[in-house]
Design a protein around this ligand. Sequence first.
Ligand code: NAD
Length: 416
Amino acid sequence: MVITGSAWDTALKQLDDAARIMNLDPGVHEVLRHPRRALEVSVPTRMDDGSIRVFQGYRVHHNTSRGPSKGGIRYHPGVDLDEVKALAMWMTWKCAVVNIPYGGAKGGVVVDPAELSLGELQRMTRRYASELVPLIGPEKDIPAPDLGTNEQIMAWIMDTYSTREGFSVPGVVTGKPMAIGGSAGRPMATARGVMYITLATLKHLGMSVEESRVVVQGFGNVGGGTVQLLHDMGCRIVAVSDVAGGVYNPEGLSPQGLFAHKEKGGRLVEYEGGQAVTNPELLELDCDVLVPAALEGQLTGANADRIKASVIVEGANGPTTPEADEIFHERGILLVPDILANAGGVTVSYFEWVQDLQAFYWSEDEVNDRLRKIMEQSYVDVLAVAEDRKITMRNAATILGVQRVADAHQTRGLYP
Ligand code: NAD
Protein backbone atom coordinates (compact mmCIF):
# COMPACT_ATOMS: atom_id res chain seq x y z
CA MET A 1 0.00 0.00 0.00
CA VAL A 2 1.25 3.52 -0.78
CA ILE A 3 1.48 5.64 2.37
CA THR A 4 0.28 9.13 1.51
CA GLY A 5 0.43 10.33 5.06
CA SER A 6 -3.29 10.83 5.71
CA ALA A 7 -4.67 9.72 9.06
CA TRP A 8 -6.87 7.14 7.32
CA ASP A 9 -3.87 5.63 5.50
CA THR A 10 -2.04 5.48 8.82
CA ALA A 11 -4.99 3.79 10.56
CA LEU A 12 -5.35 1.21 7.76
CA LYS A 13 -1.63 0.48 7.73
CA GLN A 14 -1.68 -0.08 11.51
CA LEU A 15 -4.64 -2.48 11.17
CA ASP A 16 -3.03 -4.32 8.23
CA ASP A 17 0.25 -4.73 10.17
CA ALA A 18 -1.59 -6.09 13.20
CA ALA A 19 -3.71 -8.41 11.03
CA ARG A 20 -0.58 -9.84 9.40
CA ILE A 21 1.26 -10.43 12.68
CA MET A 22 -1.76 -12.02 14.40
CA ASN A 23 -2.93 -14.01 11.37
CA LEU A 24 -6.36 -12.42 11.50
CA ASP A 25 -9.16 -14.13 9.59
CA PRO A 26 -9.23 -12.37 6.17
CA GLY A 27 -13.02 -11.89 6.28
CA VAL A 28 -12.90 -10.22 9.69
CA HIS A 29 -9.96 -8.13 8.52
CA GLU A 30 -11.98 -6.93 5.54
CA VAL A 31 -14.98 -6.07 7.76
CA LEU A 32 -12.73 -4.06 10.11
CA ARG A 33 -11.15 -2.11 7.23
CA HIS A 34 -14.53 -0.43 6.62
CA PRO A 35 -16.52 1.86 8.91
CA ARG A 36 -19.95 0.46 9.68
CA ARG A 37 -21.71 3.69 8.72
CA ALA A 38 -20.82 7.31 7.92
CA LEU A 39 -23.16 10.28 7.95
CA GLU A 40 -22.35 13.53 6.18
CA VAL A 41 -24.52 16.50 7.16
CA SER A 42 -24.97 20.14 6.20
CA VAL A 43 -25.26 22.48 9.14
CA PRO A 44 -26.97 25.73 8.09
CA THR A 45 -26.37 28.35 10.74
CA ARG A 46 -27.72 31.87 11.23
CA MET A 47 -24.73 34.17 11.78
CA ASP A 48 -24.88 37.27 14.00
CA ASP A 49 -25.10 39.59 10.96
CA GLY A 50 -28.24 37.79 9.77
CA SER A 51 -26.54 35.84 6.95
CA ILE A 52 -26.61 32.04 6.72
CA ARG A 53 -23.45 29.90 6.61
CA VAL A 54 -23.56 26.20 5.86
CA PHE A 55 -20.95 24.11 7.68
CA GLN A 56 -19.99 20.58 6.73
CA GLY A 57 -20.29 17.93 9.47
CA TYR A 58 -19.70 14.20 9.86
CA ARG A 59 -20.34 11.30 12.23
CA VAL A 60 -18.80 7.88 11.64
CA HIS A 61 -19.47 4.61 13.47
CA HIS A 62 -16.54 2.33 12.83
CA ASN A 63 -17.64 -0.78 14.73
CA THR A 64 -20.34 -1.67 17.25
CA SER A 65 -19.62 -5.36 17.95
CA ARG A 66 -18.70 -4.72 21.60
CA GLY A 67 -21.42 -2.19 22.43
CA PRO A 68 -22.69 1.27 21.51
CA SER A 69 -20.18 3.44 19.69
CA LYS A 70 -18.24 6.12 21.51
CA GLY A 71 -16.06 8.95 20.31
CA GLY A 72 -15.41 12.65 20.39
CA ILE A 73 -16.58 15.53 18.24
CA ARG A 74 -13.91 17.71 16.67
CA TYR A 75 -14.31 21.32 15.51
CA HIS A 76 -11.36 22.17 13.27
CA PRO A 77 -10.90 23.62 9.76
CA GLY A 78 -8.91 20.51 8.73
CA VAL A 79 -11.71 18.00 9.48
CA ASP A 80 -12.63 15.72 6.56
CA LEU A 81 -14.33 12.36 6.18
CA ASP A 82 -11.07 10.38 6.02
CA GLU A 83 -9.82 11.95 9.23
CA VAL A 84 -13.10 11.19 11.03
CA LYS A 85 -12.99 7.58 9.75
CA ALA A 86 -9.45 7.18 11.08
CA LEU A 87 -10.34 8.64 14.46
CA ALA A 88 -13.41 6.35 14.66
CA MET A 89 -11.29 3.27 13.91
CA TRP A 90 -8.78 4.24 16.60
CA MET A 91 -11.69 4.62 19.05
CA THR A 92 -12.73 1.01 18.34
CA TRP A 93 -9.28 -0.32 19.25
CA LYS A 94 -8.91 2.08 22.20
CA CYS A 95 -12.16 0.98 23.87
CA ALA A 96 -11.15 -2.64 23.36
CA VAL A 97 -7.61 -2.10 24.72
CA VAL A 98 -8.96 -0.72 28.00
CA ASN A 99 -11.74 -3.34 27.82
CA ILE A 100 -14.77 -1.08 28.14
CA PRO A 101 -17.99 -2.19 26.39
CA TYR A 102 -18.03 0.23 23.47
CA GLY A 103 -17.39 0.34 19.75
CA GLY A 104 -15.68 3.27 18.05
CA ALA A 105 -17.11 6.47 16.57
CA LYS A 106 -16.05 10.02 15.82
CA GLY A 107 -17.62 13.22 14.59
CA GLY A 108 -16.48 16.55 13.32
CA VAL A 109 -17.41 19.88 11.81
CA VAL A 110 -15.22 21.82 9.38
CA VAL A 111 -14.99 25.04 11.36
CA ASP A 112 -12.59 27.18 13.33
CA PRO A 113 -14.60 27.66 16.55
CA ALA A 114 -12.46 30.67 17.49
CA GLU A 115 -13.98 32.57 14.54
CA LEU A 116 -17.57 32.17 15.80
CA SER A 117 -19.32 34.20 18.48
CA LEU A 118 -20.77 32.25 21.40
CA GLY A 119 -24.24 32.60 19.90
CA GLU A 120 -23.10 31.34 16.49
CA LEU A 121 -21.25 28.43 18.12
CA GLN A 122 -24.37 27.46 20.07
CA ARG A 123 -26.68 27.64 17.02
CA MET A 124 -24.22 25.69 14.87
CA THR A 125 -23.77 23.04 17.59
CA ARG A 126 -27.53 22.62 18.16
CA ARG A 127 -28.22 22.22 14.44
CA TYR A 128 -25.35 19.75 14.05
CA ALA A 129 -26.68 17.79 17.07
CA SER A 130 -30.19 17.68 15.62
CA GLU A 131 -28.79 16.38 12.31
CA LEU A 132 -27.04 13.60 14.27
CA VAL A 133 -30.21 12.50 16.07
CA PRO A 134 -30.71 9.42 13.84
CA LEU A 135 -27.29 8.13 14.94
CA ILE A 136 -26.77 9.20 18.56
CA GLY A 137 -28.38 8.12 21.84
CA PRO A 138 -27.33 6.50 25.13
CA GLU A 139 -27.83 3.00 23.69
CA LYS A 140 -26.48 3.80 20.23
CA ASP A 141 -23.63 6.29 20.11
CA ILE A 142 -22.35 8.65 22.78
CA PRO A 143 -20.30 11.70 21.69
CA ALA A 144 -17.71 13.48 23.87
CA PRO A 145 -15.33 16.46 23.55
CA ASP A 146 -12.28 16.40 21.29
CA LEU A 147 -10.08 19.05 19.68
CA GLY A 148 -11.96 22.37 19.54
CA THR A 149 -14.96 21.23 21.62
CA ASN A 150 -15.58 21.40 25.37
CA GLU A 151 -18.09 20.74 28.14
CA GLN A 152 -20.31 23.68 27.15
CA ILE A 153 -20.69 22.22 23.66
CA MET A 154 -21.57 18.84 25.21
CA ALA A 155 -24.21 20.61 27.36
CA TRP A 156 -25.84 22.12 24.23
CA ILE A 157 -25.87 18.71 22.53
CA MET A 158 -27.40 17.09 25.62
CA ASP A 159 -30.05 19.82 25.80
CA THR A 160 -30.89 19.61 22.08
CA TYR A 161 -31.31 15.83 22.25
CA SER A 162 -33.27 16.00 25.53
CA THR A 163 -35.62 18.69 24.18
CA ARG A 164 -36.51 16.41 21.27
CA GLU A 165 -37.12 13.46 23.61
CA GLY A 166 -39.14 15.56 26.05
CA PHE A 167 -37.08 14.62 29.11
CA SER A 168 -33.46 14.89 30.29
CA VAL A 169 -31.14 12.33 28.71
CA PRO A 170 -27.76 12.89 30.38
CA GLY A 171 -26.33 9.63 28.99
CA VAL A 172 -26.38 10.89 25.39
CA VAL A 173 -23.01 12.66 25.74
CA THR A 174 -20.09 12.55 28.14
CA GLY A 175 -17.65 15.25 29.15
CA LYS A 176 -20.64 17.33 30.33
CA PRO A 177 -20.55 19.87 33.16
CA MET A 178 -21.16 18.35 36.62
CA ALA A 179 -24.38 20.40 36.93
CA ILE A 180 -26.12 18.21 34.33
CA GLY A 181 -24.70 14.77 35.03
CA GLY A 182 -21.02 15.09 34.25
CA SER A 183 -18.53 12.97 36.18
CA ALA A 184 -16.09 14.12 38.79
CA GLY A 185 -12.59 13.76 37.33
CA ARG A 186 -13.64 13.86 33.64
CA PRO A 187 -11.97 17.19 32.70
CA MET A 188 -8.52 15.90 33.73
CA ALA A 189 -9.13 12.24 32.84
CA THR A 190 -7.23 12.05 29.54
CA ALA A 191 -4.24 13.87 31.03
CA ARG A 192 -4.42 11.72 34.18
CA GLY A 193 -4.34 8.62 32.01
CA VAL A 194 -1.31 10.01 30.13
CA MET A 195 0.34 10.61 33.50
CA TYR A 196 -0.33 7.05 34.78
CA ILE A 197 1.00 5.61 31.52
CA THR A 198 4.10 7.84 31.59
CA LEU A 199 4.87 6.77 35.17
CA ALA A 200 4.35 3.08 34.26
CA THR A 201 6.72 3.47 31.30
CA LEU A 202 9.43 5.21 33.35
CA LYS A 203 9.15 2.47 35.97
CA HIS A 204 9.36 -0.24 33.31
CA LEU A 205 12.50 1.34 31.82
CA GLY A 206 14.05 1.98 35.24
CA MET A 207 14.10 5.75 34.63
CA SER A 208 13.73 8.23 37.48
CA VAL A 209 10.57 10.35 37.55
CA GLU A 210 12.32 13.29 39.21
CA GLU A 211 15.13 13.36 36.66
CA SER A 212 12.81 13.11 33.65
CA ARG A 213 12.71 16.13 31.38
CA VAL A 214 9.38 16.35 29.58
CA VAL A 215 8.34 18.20 26.41
CA VAL A 216 4.60 18.58 25.66
CA GLN A 217 3.19 19.74 22.33
CA GLY A 218 -0.27 21.27 22.80
CA PHE A 219 -1.62 23.09 25.83
CA GLY A 220 -5.34 22.30 25.66
CA ASN A 221 -7.34 19.76 27.60
CA VAL A 222 -4.78 16.96 27.15
CA GLY A 223 -1.51 18.91 26.92
CA GLY A 224 -2.28 21.42 29.68
CA GLY A 225 -3.46 18.74 32.08
CA THR A 226 -0.44 16.56 31.32
CA VAL A 227 1.92 19.46 32.05
CA GLN A 228 0.22 20.03 35.40
CA LEU A 229 0.03 16.39 36.50
CA LEU A 230 3.53 15.34 35.41
CA HIS A 231 4.93 18.43 37.13
CA ASP A 232 2.99 17.47 40.30
CA MET A 233 4.57 13.99 40.10
CA GLY A 234 8.05 15.56 40.10
CA CYS A 235 8.98 15.59 36.40
CA ARG A 236 10.66 18.68 34.95
CA ILE A 237 8.57 20.29 32.19
CA VAL A 238 11.19 21.80 29.86
CA ALA A 239 9.00 22.90 26.93
CA VAL A 240 5.38 23.28 25.93
CA SER A 241 3.57 24.76 22.93
CA ASP A 242 0.23 25.81 21.52
CA VAL A 243 -0.77 26.42 17.91
CA ALA A 244 1.38 29.57 17.66
CA GLY A 245 4.62 27.97 18.96
CA GLY A 246 6.22 27.15 22.27
CA VAL A 247 8.52 28.05 25.10
CA TYR A 248 11.65 26.18 26.25
CA ASN A 249 13.58 26.31 29.51
CA PRO A 250 15.99 23.46 30.30
CA GLU A 251 15.78 24.42 34.01
CA GLY A 252 12.02 23.77 33.99
CA LEU A 253 8.80 25.73 33.48
CA SER A 254 6.18 26.47 36.13
CA PRO A 255 2.69 25.26 35.15
CA GLN A 256 1.21 27.92 37.42
CA GLY A 257 3.03 30.65 35.48
CA LEU A 258 2.06 29.11 32.13
CA PHE A 259 -1.64 28.86 33.04
CA ALA A 260 -1.69 32.41 34.43
CA HIS A 261 -0.08 33.66 31.19
CA LYS A 262 -2.65 31.77 29.07
CA GLU A 263 -5.55 33.02 31.18
CA LYS A 264 -4.51 36.59 30.44
CA GLY A 265 -4.83 35.71 26.73
CA GLY A 266 -1.07 35.39 26.18
CA ARG A 267 0.55 33.09 23.62
CA LEU A 268 3.11 30.60 24.95
CA VAL A 269 5.82 31.90 22.57
CA GLU A 270 5.65 35.19 24.47
CA TYR A 271 5.95 33.62 27.92
CA GLU A 272 8.89 35.21 29.71
CA GLY A 273 10.00 32.14 31.65
CA GLY A 274 11.93 30.65 28.72
CA GLN A 275 13.02 31.02 25.12
CA ALA A 276 10.61 30.93 22.19
CA VAL A 277 10.62 27.85 19.92
CA THR A 278 8.56 26.85 16.90
CA ASN A 279 6.45 23.69 17.03
CA PRO A 280 8.87 21.76 14.74
CA GLU A 281 11.82 22.84 16.93
CA LEU A 282 9.97 21.84 20.10
CA LEU A 283 9.57 18.25 18.93
CA GLU A 284 13.33 17.94 18.41
CA LEU A 285 14.42 19.35 21.79
CA ASP A 286 16.70 17.42 24.12
CA CYS A 287 14.43 15.63 26.63
CA ASP A 288 13.56 12.23 28.10
CA VAL A 289 9.82 12.13 27.45
CA LEU A 290 7.99 13.71 24.51
CA VAL A 291 4.21 14.00 24.71
CA PRO A 292 2.62 15.10 21.43
CA ALA A 293 -0.83 16.32 22.54
CA ALA A 294 -2.10 18.43 19.63
CA LEU A 295 -2.71 17.02 16.15
CA GLU A 296 -2.09 14.07 13.85
CA GLY A 297 0.98 13.66 11.66
CA GLN A 298 3.53 15.56 13.80
CA LEU A 299 6.24 12.86 13.97
CA THR A 300 7.05 11.76 10.44
CA GLY A 301 9.79 10.26 8.26
CA ALA A 302 11.06 13.84 7.89
CA ASN A 303 11.85 14.50 11.57
CA ALA A 304 11.94 11.08 13.31
CA ASP A 305 15.74 10.82 12.95
CA ARG A 306 16.18 14.04 14.91
CA ILE A 307 13.86 13.27 17.85
CA LYS A 308 15.98 13.11 21.03
CA ALA A 309 13.43 11.76 23.53
CA SER A 310 13.90 8.19 24.77
CA VAL A 311 10.17 7.81 25.41
CA ILE A 312 7.22 9.10 23.37
CA VAL A 313 3.77 9.01 24.97
CA GLU A 314 1.04 9.82 22.45
CA GLY A 315 -1.45 12.18 24.11
CA ALA A 316 -2.89 13.15 20.71
CA ASN A 317 -4.55 10.71 18.35
CA GLY A 318 -2.36 9.68 15.43
CA PRO A 319 0.59 12.05 15.95
CA THR A 320 3.06 9.53 14.47
CA THR A 321 3.16 8.26 10.89
CA PRO A 322 4.09 4.62 10.13
CA GLU A 323 7.49 5.75 8.70
CA ALA A 324 8.31 7.51 11.98
CA ASP A 325 7.15 4.43 13.94
CA GLU A 326 9.71 2.31 12.09
CA ILE A 327 12.50 4.80 12.68
CA PHE A 328 11.71 5.02 16.42
CA HIS A 329 11.67 1.25 16.65
CA GLU A 330 15.08 1.01 14.91
CA ARG A 331 16.49 3.74 17.15
CA GLY A 332 15.27 2.02 20.34
CA ILE A 333 12.88 4.84 21.28
CA LEU A 334 9.94 3.43 23.22
CA LEU A 335 6.67 4.77 21.84
CA VAL A 336 3.46 4.25 23.84
CA PRO A 337 0.63 4.49 21.32
CA ASP A 338 -2.42 6.75 21.49
CA ILE A 339 -4.92 3.90 21.81
CA LEU A 340 -3.34 3.07 25.16
CA ALA A 341 -1.79 6.37 26.29
CA ASN A 342 -4.79 8.67 25.87
CA ALA A 343 -7.50 6.12 26.74
CA GLY A 344 -8.07 7.75 30.15
CA GLY A 345 -10.59 10.15 28.60
CA VAL A 346 -12.86 7.50 27.17
CA THR A 347 -12.48 5.41 30.31
CA VAL A 348 -13.86 8.17 32.53
CA SER A 349 -16.45 8.94 29.83
CA TYR A 350 -17.55 5.34 30.32
CA PHE A 351 -17.75 5.95 34.09
CA GLU A 352 -19.81 9.08 33.41
CA TRP A 353 -22.24 7.15 31.20
CA VAL A 354 -22.58 4.37 33.81
CA GLN A 355 -23.30 6.99 36.50
CA ASP A 356 -25.86 8.73 34.25
CA LEU A 357 -27.67 5.46 33.47
CA GLN A 358 -27.83 4.61 37.18
CA ALA A 359 -28.41 8.21 38.35
CA PHE A 360 -25.87 7.40 41.05
CA TYR A 361 -22.69 9.45 41.23
CA TRP A 362 -19.20 8.65 42.46
CA SER A 363 -16.58 10.74 44.29
CA GLU A 364 -13.54 12.04 42.41
CA ASP A 365 -11.27 9.70 44.40
CA GLU A 366 -13.39 6.72 43.32
CA VAL A 367 -13.20 7.83 39.68
CA ASN A 368 -9.44 8.41 39.78
CA ASP A 369 -8.78 5.14 41.57
CA ARG A 370 -10.82 3.09 39.08
CA LEU A 371 -9.09 4.96 36.23
CA ARG A 372 -5.64 4.21 37.61
CA LYS A 373 -6.43 0.50 37.92
CA ILE A 374 -7.67 0.29 34.32
CA MET A 375 -4.74 2.25 32.88
CA GLU A 376 -2.13 0.25 34.81
CA GLN A 377 -3.76 -3.07 33.89
CA SER A 378 -3.99 -2.04 30.23
CA TYR A 379 -0.31 -1.06 30.22
CA VAL A 380 0.61 -4.48 31.63
CA ASP A 381 -1.65 -6.23 29.08
CA VAL A 382 -0.12 -4.39 26.11
CA LEU A 383 3.44 -4.81 27.39
CA ALA A 384 2.85 -8.56 27.79
CA VAL A 385 1.78 -8.87 24.13
CA ALA A 386 4.75 -6.73 23.02
CA GLU A 387 7.26 -8.81 24.98
CA ASP A 388 5.68 -12.14 24.10
CA ARG A 389 5.68 -11.44 20.36
CA LYS A 390 8.77 -9.16 20.36
CA ILE A 391 6.85 -6.37 18.64
CA THR A 392 6.32 -2.65 19.19
CA MET A 393 3.85 -1.32 21.73
CA ARG A 394 1.84 0.08 18.78
CA ASN A 395 1.50 -3.33 17.15
CA ALA A 396 0.83 -4.95 20.51
CA ALA A 397 -1.94 -2.51 21.46
CA THR A 398 -3.55 -2.78 18.03
CA ILE A 399 -3.41 -6.59 18.15
CA LEU A 400 -4.98 -6.64 21.63
CA GLY A 401 -7.77 -4.28 20.50
CA VAL A 402 -8.38 -6.00 17.17
CA GLN A 403 -8.44 -9.46 18.83
CA ARG A 404 -11.11 -8.39 21.34
CA VAL A 405 -13.23 -6.84 18.56
CA ALA A 406 -12.75 -9.89 16.30
CA ASP A 407 -13.79 -12.20 19.18
CA ALA A 408 -16.99 -10.20 19.71
CA HIS A 409 -17.71 -10.09 15.98
CA GLN A 410 -17.14 -13.81 15.50
CA THR A 411 -19.12 -14.75 18.61
CA ARG A 412 -22.10 -12.72 17.43
CA GLY A 413 -21.76 -13.97 13.83
CA LEU A 414 -22.26 -12.08 10.60
CA TYR A 415 -25.81 -10.85 9.92
CA PRO A 416 -27.85 -12.24 8.15
P1 NAD B 1 -7.81 21.20 22.70
O1 NAD B 1 -8.57 21.89 21.64
O2 NAD B 1 -8.23 21.32 24.12
O3 NAD B 1 -6.26 21.67 22.65
C1 NAD B 1 -5.47 21.55 21.51
C2 NAD B 1 -4.12 22.21 21.75
O4 NAD B 1 -3.30 21.99 20.59
C3 NAD B 1 -4.21 23.72 21.92
O5 NAD B 1 -3.22 24.14 22.86
C4 NAD B 1 -3.86 24.25 20.53
O6 NAD B 1 -3.32 25.57 20.57
C5 NAD B 1 -2.82 23.24 20.10
N1 NAD B 1 -2.66 23.14 18.66
C6 NAD B 1 -3.62 23.21 17.70
N2 NAD B 1 -3.07 23.12 16.48
C7 NAD B 1 -1.74 22.96 16.66
C8 NAD B 1 -0.63 22.81 15.80
N3 NAD B 1 -0.79 22.84 14.47
N4 NAD B 1 0.59 22.68 16.35
C9 NAD B 1 0.75 22.67 17.69
N5 NAD B 1 -0.25 22.82 18.57
C10 NAD B 1 -1.48 22.96 18.06
O7 NAD B 1 -7.75 19.66 22.26
P2 NAD B 1 -7.54 18.39 23.17
O8 NAD B 1 -8.88 17.91 23.61
O9 NAD B 1 -6.46 18.64 24.16
O10 NAD B 1 -7.04 17.32 22.08
C11 NAD B 1 -5.66 17.24 21.68
C12 NAD B 1 -5.40 15.88 21.08
O11 NAD B 1 -5.73 14.87 22.04
C13 NAD B 1 -6.24 15.54 19.84
O12 NAD B 1 -5.46 14.70 19.01
C14 NAD B 1 -7.39 14.74 20.42
O13 NAD B 1 -7.98 13.88 19.46
C15 NAD B 1 -6.67 13.97 21.49
N6 NAD B 1 -7.52 13.44 22.57
C16 NAD B 1 -8.33 14.25 23.30
C17 NAD B 1 -9.10 13.70 24.30
C18 NAD B 1 -9.96 14.54 25.21
O14 NAD B 1 -10.53 13.98 26.16
N7 NAD B 1 -10.07 15.84 25.02
C19 NAD B 1 -9.07 12.32 24.55
C20 NAD B 1 -8.21 11.51 23.80
C21 NAD B 1 -7.44 12.09 22.81
